[in-house]
Ligand binder design. Structure first.
Ligand SMILES: Cc1cc2nc3c(=O)[nH]c(=O)nc-3n(C[C@H](O)[C@H](O)[C@H](O)COP(=O)(O)O)c2cc1C
Length: 173
């Protein structure tokens, strides 16, 4: 018998709720996209829309809510960092999805010289510094294509996962 908590949702309708329910049946990894606004303020948001686009040049994309302060900072600075979260970073993911303006005061981060945005030294297993290559507005989000300039592994840990509206750890089973 399948655990009801891990059954796919039964609602494919083209309403906003039905679309969200459909996408909840497509689990992903979780990252926090960060940048530095023009006034020096760190910005960042939890993001599961990360997708690989090209290997040469090494390019990824993220889809960010139009109007997001993090998106504004990325568009202004032309750079962003992708912090891939490990399985102990669920609280960080929730914090950076909460809209809490104190989010950067509540976890450790650093921004080494020349990097694109804050690096989450405790919560990310890997960080990629990216330059914005292209942007495309689509509906209520903006797709940002980024070319990865520098990739650093910080901790060899399993990734955090998100699907069916739940955070999960990678399981060997
Ligand atoms: C697991 C998870 C994944 C998310 N992925 C995205 C995403 O890909 N794009 C997006 O715009 N918002 C996403 N969100 C919502 C944002 O994290 C949330 O709206 C956040 O407050 C935005 O930060 P901002 O204040 O800089 O706009 C996600 C939230 C969660 C919990």
């Amino acid at each position: 018998m399948t655990d009801p908590a891990v059954r796919t949702p039964p609602v494919p309708q083209t309403t906003p709720g039905g679309f969200r329910a459909m996408m909840s049946g497509f689990p992903t990894g979780v990252c926090i996209v960060t940048c530095t606004a023009l006034d020096g303020t760190p910005r960042g948001m939890t993001c599961s829309s990360l997708c690989s686009v090209s290997v040469a040049p090494p390019t990824l994309l993220v889809c960010l809510r139009d109007g997001s302060p993090t998106l504004r900072g990325i568009l202004d600075s032309g750079r962003f960092a992708v912090n891939l979260l490990h399985d102990g970073a669920r609280e960080a993911a929730e914090l950076f999805a909460s809209g809490d303006p104190r989010r950067f005061q509540l976890l450790p981060w650093e921004q080494p010289p020349g990097t694109a945005g804050p690096h989450l030294v405790r919560d990310a297993h890997t960080v990629a510094d990216c330059d914005v290559a292209l942007t495309q507005k689509m509906g209520d989000h903006v797709t940002v294509f980024g070319e990865a300039r520098d990739i650093r592994q910080q901790q060899p840990r399993p990734p955090l996962l998100y699907g069916l509206r739940q955070f999960r750890s990678w399981s060997a089973a």
